[in-house]
Ligand binder design. Structure first.
Ligand code: C2E
Ligand code: CA
Ligand code: CA
Ligand code: CA
Length: 278
């Protein structure tokens, strides 16, 4: 519902009010969601395009809401940013992933790196590196199995703090990926400042690779070349079609992630892949 305007009429939209009703409820319920165990982590494989070998996976959060059913992270993550629960949620994800890695390790399978999304707010809050370090030793996991994905917007925060947080994570041996690369305002600047280990090409570019007259082929080629020139690993997101895969593998993209190979999987299904793939 819009506020009453100067012209003294009300624009009242049914969908608007449904939307804010749902938003209000989600906001309230999110506070209980962690303890009620309504969150679940899915794992989407990242694979080597020629052999199909598993490189690792991205951890993607799911919320099974008791009333609303499955709520998309595209909906509740921005809400969590607003209501400040994002830090608690991010820390929960980091701990769950570490516990999961320990569990898989105890089952005797070869571990692969798991990438965790870190929102700018959590990245900027003090103590991220210490928190990760504590968990790694508590669960007896090597830092090589945790990667952190940050977006270009993280750069818009206090640069000095961003850099010192990055350095502390690097010192631990944690790899950093720039997520949604190319969609921010200062992509080259973010490479220059973050010096990421991994660049993730956003699906907006991958999607139109095969469209006639699209500039995205050129953009992807330059990102791949740029990454290789700088000794960085490049991952293409949102690969859904065989033609996209062909283009990426012919042009030397290191890894691909997308529905063509696999949707995000429940932990038991990802475990099966790890088991047969190692
Ligand atoms: P993202 O980090 O860019 O994650 C990739 C998104 O693309 C995921 O959506 C994934 O399911 C989807 N995807 C993967 N392959 C394909 C494909 O081939 N085609 C299409 N159309 N989509 C594909 P998802 O899981 O809905 O997550 C949406 C966003 O929510 C994520 O985008 C990320 O920004 C955020 N998110 C998810 N989990 C977390 C989390 O644990 N913490 C934080 N801070 N953000 C998260
Ligand atoms: Ca991501
Ligand atoms: Ca992404
Ligand atoms: Ca995205």
């Amino acid at each position: 519902a819009k506020r009453q305007g100067k012209a003294n009429y009300q624009v009242y939209s049914y969908t608007d009010s449904i939307h804010s009703y749902k938003k209000y409820n989600l906001d309230q319920d999110m506070r209980k969601a962690i303890n009620n165990e309504e969150f679940e982590i899915f794992y989407q494989p990242q694979v080597e395009p020629i052999s199909g070998a598993i490189y690792g996976a991205e951890a993607l959060l799911r919320w099974n809401h008791p009333e609303w059913g499955y709520v998309s992270p595209g909906e509740f993550i921005p809400l969590a940013e607003e209501n400040h629960l994002i830090n608690a949620i991010t820390d929960w994800v980091i701990e769950k992933v570490c516990a999961q890695l320990k569990n898989w390790k105890e089952k005797g399978i070869g571990l692969k790196p798991i990438a965790i999304n870190i929102s700018p707010t959590r990245f900027m809050k003090k103590g991220l590196a210490e928190y990760v370090k504590t968990l790694l030793s508590q669960y007896d996991i090597s830092a090589t199995f945790i990667e952190l994905e940050i977006t270009e917007s993280t750069l818009l925060q206090n640069e000095k703090n961003v850099l010192s947080s990055l350095q502390q994570l690097r010192d631990l041996g944690i790899k950093i990926a720039i997520d949604d690369f190319g969609t921010g305002y200062s992509s080259l600047m973010s490479i220059r400042t973050f010096k990421p280990d991994i660049i993730k090409i956003d699906q907006i570019f991958t999607r139109h690779i095969t469209s006639e007259g699209s500039v995205d082929k050129g953009i992807i080629l330059s990102i791949i070349h740029l990454a290789k020139e700088l000794g960085m690993t490049v991952v293409a997101e949102g690969v859904e079609e065989y033609e996209q895969l062909q283009f990426l593998l012919h042009n030397g993209c290191h890894y691909i992630q997308g529905y063509l190979f696999s949707k995000p999987l429940q932990k038991k299904d990802f475990y099966q892949i790890l088991k047969t793939g190692s």
